[in-house]
Design a binder for this molecule. Sequence first.
Ligand code: HEM
Length: 460
Amino acid sequence: MIELKENSPQQTVNKLPNRTREPRVLQTIWVVLRPMDYLETMQERYGDIFFAEFAGFPSSVIISNPQAIQEIFTADSKLFESGSGNQVMQPLLGSNSLVLLDGERHLKQRKLLMPPFHGERMRAYGQLICEIAEQVMSQLEVGQIFTARQYTQEISLTVILRAVFGLKEGERYQQIRKTLTAMLDTFNYPLSAIFLFFKALQHDLGPLSPWENFVRQRELLDKLLYQEIHERRSQPESLGEDILSLLLSPRDEAGQPMTDIELRDELMTMLFAGHETTATALAWALYWIHYLPEVREKLLQELNSIDIANTEPTEIARLPYLNAVCSEALRMYPVVFFTFPRILQAPMQLMGYELPKGMILSPCIYLTHHRPDIYPQPKQFRPERFLERQFSPYEYLPFGGGNRRCLGLAFAMFEMKLVLATVLSDYSLELAERRPLLPVRRGITFAPPGGVPLVVKGRN
Ligand code: HEM
């Protein structure tokens, strides 16, 4: 983390964004326990670019002004570092993960990881995504109450393991999914992931401590991933079109293949970033669809206008209302509230402010998505807004932007649409409890509390 020393804003710079005046400790507790309330109150008090200070966390400029976000996303990528600001994810993803890299190494890895998540290769997974959704949902019986998030997580995890990693059914496949699920369950309770944020908690505090439990699961998962890597390396004929195969073949300019540790870290990044987020987004979408009968009806009308079973997945993904529902779900409660931090490597002029080197800029997805000037009645879930106008990438940014824009954007949207279309056309569902839900922290994402209990009313 770059520290503000002689460049500290109070000392050298005249024109800085409004600085929050509340005590740091109060702000820290507030943002951890009631993040939306904190962000909205601060935006109201200090405007759409303000400097927030926390105890134990780095202070940063929180930005929900689209013009400022545009300037950040389109600036020379050398002006910022993000990887060094993402160290909180190091225990989970490892130091070689794309999200922890910066500069040339980041650019090179991104190029390597990009192809399977786009274009033809991604579209080839369409049929498989629908089949996986069908298969996971077929475990349910009429009358059964189930937690949406648990099922969407099973779907998205299977999709990543099968379609992206090319893992086949078998003992190791089952062990990987079991261990990963157990590891991610550490994050089921808002405060159990707190050890990620405080190094002091990353010690052996006994076999029942969250950190110990997390480390045990991680060691087991590493062992399984290394076994898979070694097996594939030793059997080049087994290499296919999946991402692990692709990563095993390339060499850098010096002719060096990726090391085992590098491979392991990228696999963890894909596993973690690729299914946890999509599962939460799907659970939100299912919640809204069943919370608002008019949304469900309109969506079913659109889905019934085609024969889902005999329609190309790419065509399903083009349905306008389905797209609007997914987009609105990601607007209303974005899975992550902030993009990665952008740490200034040189002074920057932004909207008339003079920001010093070392300052951390945090574009806030949640606040930008709730601006009434862009999204009238922002607290209302209204997919139609996405049919009425187009939003710029600086007004609508659930996947961030610029040189760090989510690698899995197209893949995640494709998966969301296909899973929703499959589930809704096969099953009649209802909310088990009809109540308004507000996001709760789940690791670094924000998920629906209780995971959205649904009941199966019928099968079509
Ligand atoms: C609904 C699902 C998802 C959401 C909301 C989401 C959101 C995000 C956001 C906000 C960022 C930071 C972007 C920035 O700072 O500008 C990000 C980065 C990233 N996402 Fe996603 N993501 C999702 C699904 C996926 C999937 C399916 C993958 C595929 C494996 C993935 C892989 C990544 C990676 C590797 C990065 C780091 C990119 C970099 O550092 O260059 N994500 N994502």
